[in-house]
Design a protein around this ligand. Structure first.
Ligand code: SF4
Length: 339
């Protein structure tokens, strides 16, 4: 079905639900689609005769599947919309169906617009789940204009060639030796800035929603971010009491890394406390008497939400720099990669 500019294959979910005789469904849907959820719920009710609940919990990625608590409401199937499954996020308490939301926007115009900004002739292509189906078109356009377009598979957390997540740029990193620059198709700046930091290559961002192309802005944002991260690291250098944030969302749990951080802090003579939460928030942390936090949850927490918190939040790599175990020159973006 089409919903607010996206194609969502609810029909395949209906078939599975009917085959399995699921009677109570829970829909998990990203923020931007919540206001359009009515037709989807109606369709599910009509085609399956099941009861349908809609979760208001955040739905930032496939790392974040609402599941266990819904057992109490006799939910027997979760329909998670807007993201492709992450392979190592599994063993759900309730069977979960992932339905990608494919943007219906034509990307040709913005790709044509991006052509003069490309660097060199060998172009790596990357995008988010919403535009994966357009990569073949993008490849053709580039080839028609004399470019070579490259796509690579990522690690196990990445479901398709050319896909990147805000916490995983492996499909780009796997190409970075072969290409002159990257063309990112999608909205926002977090992904292209992260890709640029991860691959050290120029990234041109082509946004089909606004028909805008960003190149220098990505570079400027990367430099601003690096300045901000340097400041965050400095402010943690002499901290005594650290909170190690351990996310409860299934695809954000980095237990091994959290233990390594504990050991690192112990060796450096610092005190630390593991703090868990599903969705970390400034108000939930303000009661603790700690100097700073190291986040092993979603990497965006330390980067995107940094200014909202009263105490500095740094990533595991930034902690290594703060403790003098790593040089600033070897700074890399925090990613959740296949172990
Ligand atoms: S951990 Fe963060 S960046 Fe990664 S998929 Fe989840 S919400 Fe997205």
């Amino acid at each position: 079905m089409e919903l607010a500019g996206y194609t969502i294959d609810v029909e395949s979910a209906v078939q599975l639900i009917n085959e399995k005789h699921y009677r109570t469904l829970a829909v998990q849907i990203p923020e931007g689609l919540k206001r359009h959820v009515f037709p989807l719920v109606d369709f599910l009710k009509k085609e399956t005769h099941a009861a349908v609940l809609v979760s208001a919990d955040p739905c930032f990625g496939a790392c974040d599947v609402v599941n266990y608590e819904l057992k109490n409401l006799d939910v027997d199937c979760v329909i998670h919309i807007g993201h492709t499954a992450i392979a190592d996020v599994e063993n759900f308490w309730i069977p979960t169906i992932f339905l990608n939301a494919q943007s219906t926007l034509d990307v040709s115009k913005v790709v044509e617009k991006a052509l003069p900004s490309l660097v060199g002739k060998k172009i790596g292509l990357v995008t988010t789940a919403q535009h994966l189906h357009t990569l073949e078109t993008v490849q053709t356009i580039l080839q028609q204009h004399g470019f070579e377009a490259f796509l690579a598979a990522g690690d196990e957390r990445i479901s398709a060639k050319g896909q990147i997540l805000g916490c995983n740029f492996s499909s780009g990193a796997n190409l970075s030796d072969q290409v002159d620059c990257f063309l990112f198709i999608g909205s926002g700046t977090f992904h292209p800035v992260g890709l640029s930091m991860s691959t050290k290559k120029t990234v041109i961002a082509a946004d089909p929603y606004t028909n805008t192309v960003k190149k220098q802005e990505i570079e400027d944002m990367k430099n601003n971010l690096l300045r901000q991260r340097y400041g965050a690291i400095l402010s943690c250098r002499n901290a005594r009491r650290f909170g190690i944030l351990l996310g409860l969302k299934r695809g954000q749990q980095r237990l091994t890394q959290a233990s390594e951080i504990e050991q690192m802090l112990h060796d450096a003579g610092r005190l630390c406390l593991f703090i868990t939460q599903d969705q970390f928030s400034p108000s939930a942390l303000q009661g603790f008497d700690l100097d700073c936090y190291v986040s092993t949850a979603c990497p965006r927490l330390a980067i995107d939400d940094y200014l909202q918190y009263k105490k500095p939040i740094i990533t595991p790599i930034e902690l290594e720099i703060a403790l003098g175990r790593r040089e600033w020159e070897t700074y890399v973006f925090d990613e959740i990669l296949q172990e």
